[in-house]
Design a protein around this ligand. Structure first.
Ligand code: PLP
Length: 340
C-alpha cells in the first residue's frame, strides 16, 4: 500500500463526485453559457457575501489574475517571504503584472499589521508604489499555520488606511475555517479578493475560484481569457467543485487529526527535529545529518510513504481525502519500527 503524502493535490475524484460530474449540464463558458459554472460562481460569491466569482483552471491563475487586476506596472506587492505568490508561481508577478515583491518576515508564514505598516513605502518617484498586500491562509511553507479573523482585522485596517488592496490566497482557506470555526462571510468582509482551490483538500480534480466585487471580476474575466484560461464546456469540472464544497469541507478535520497523529510518532524519531506546530493538514520538519531531506524521503519511499523535500534538510508530508484511517495506522506502525 502506497501512502502518498506528496501533496493534497494528489486526490482523485470519488465515485460520487464523478457521478455529479457526469450528470452536469454544460455550455460554452466563454459565452457565459455554462449553467454549472454559473451555478458554482454564484454559489461561491454568495458563500463569501461578495458580488461575483470566476472559475479558473488553477490557483496560480487566480492569484496571478488578482495581482494583475489590483496593480499597475512598477507597483509592488507586499507578502510574507514564504508566500506561494512569491515562491511557487515562477515569478509570474513580474512577468504578468510588471510588479516587484516587498517580502515580509514573520513566524511560521504569518505577518502582522505592524510588519505590514512598517513596510509600506512612502511615495517618491524613485520607489515602487506599495499597492497590494497578499495574505496566505493557511500558509503552505509556514507548515499549515492559519490566521484568525481577529489577526486579519488590523491588517485590513492598515490597508484601508493607507489605500492598499488586500488579497487572500486561500488555497487552503477551508482548512483554517474548520479549525477556527469562523465563516466564509467573515473572510469575505475582510478581503477585496479571495482565491480558493477546489483541487487541494476539497478533492476536486481541477479548479480554483476568484471571488470579489462585480467590477473586479469583470476585469478578472478578461485577464483569464488573455492567460488562456477561458474554458468551454468546463461545467463537468465545476460540478466537481460544487460537490466538493457541499461534501468535503467538514471532513478536513479528519486530515488535521491524522496529521497530529503522524506528527506525534515522527517527533519520537531520533533523526527528526523541529517539527513546525501542527495546525492543519501539513507536517513540515527537519531531518538531522547524516540524513538529507532526499535521503530520508528515499528511505520513506522504500516503506511506501511519499513526501516532498521543502529544503535541503526539510521534509513536508500533506494529509488529504485519499488517506484512509488504515493508511494512517500503517504509517504509524512503519514509523514506530523505523530504525532512524
Ligand atoms: C497550491 C497553491 C496554490 C495554487 O496552486 P495551483 O497548483 O496552481 O492550483 C496557491 N497558493 C497556495 C498557498 C497553494 O498551496
Amino acid at each position: 500500500m502506497t501512502i502518498n503524502l506528496t501533496s493534497d493535490t494528489v486526490t482523485k475524484p470519488t465515485k460520487e463526485m464523478l457521478a455529479a460530474m457526469m450528470a452536469a449540464e454544460v455550455g460554452d463558458d466563454v459565452f457565459g453559457a455554462d449553467p454549472t459554472i454559473n451555478k458554482l460562481e454564484a454559489k461561491a460569491a454568495k458563500m463569501f457575501n461578495k458580488e461575483a466569482a470566476l472559475f479558473c483552471p488553477s490557483g496560480t491563475m487566480t492569484n496571478q489574475i488578482a495581482m494583475k487586476v489590483h496593480t499597475q506596472p512598477l507597483d509592488e506587492v507586499l507578502c510574507h517571504e514564504y508566500s506561494h505568490v512569491y515562491q511557487y508561481e515562477s515569478s509570474g508577478y513580474a512577468f504578468n503584472s510588471g510588479v516587484s515583491m516587498n517580502l515580509l518576515q514573520g513566524e511560521h508564514g504569518k505577518v502582522t499589521a505592524e510588519t505590514v505598516a512598517a513596510a509600506i513605502k512612502p511615495v517618491y518617484d524613485w520607489l515602487p508604489i506599495s499597492r497590494l498586500v497578499v495574505l496566505e491562509n493557511t500558509t503552505n511553507k509556514g507548515g499549515g499555520n492559519y490566521y484568525t479573523a481577529a489577526e486579519i482585522e488590523p491588517i485590513k485596517a492598515v490597508c484601508q488606511d493607507r489605500g492598499l488592496a488586500l488579497h487572500l490566497d486561500g488555497a487552503r482557506l477551508f482548512n483554517a475555517l474548520v479549525e477556527t470555526g469562523e465563516t466564509t462571510q467573515q473572510m469575505g468582509a475582510l478581503f477585496d479578493s479571495i482565491s480558493i482551490c477546489l483541487s487541494k483538500g476539497l478533492g476536486a480534480p481541477v479548479g480554483s475560484l476568484l471571488i470579489g466585487n462585480q467590477e473586479f471580476i469583470r476585469q478578472a474575466r478578461r485577464f483569464r481569457k488573455v492567460m488562456g484560461g477561458g474554458m468551454r464546456q468546463a461545467g463537468f469540472l465545476a460540478a466537481a467543485g460544487i460537490y466538493a464544497l457541499d461534501n468535503h469541507v467538514d471532513r478536513l478535520k479528519e486530515d488535521h487529526a491524522n496529521a497530529r497523529k503522524i506528527g506525534a510518532v515522527l517527533a519520537k524519531l531520533d533523526c527528526v527535529e523541529n517539527i513546525r506546530p501542527i495546525k492543519t493538514n501539513i507536517l513540515i520538519f527537519d531531518v538531522k545529518e547524516p540524513y538529507t531531506a532526499d535521503s530520508f524521503l528515499a528511505k520513506m519511499a522504500e516503506l511506501g510513504i511519499n513526501g516532498v523535500a521543502f529544503g535541503p534538510q526539510t521534509v513536508r508530508f500533506t494529509l488529504h481525502l485519499d488517506v484512509s484511517d488504515e493508511m494512517v495506522d500503517q504509517m504509524i506502525d512503519l514509523l514506530n519500527n523505523f530504525d532512524s
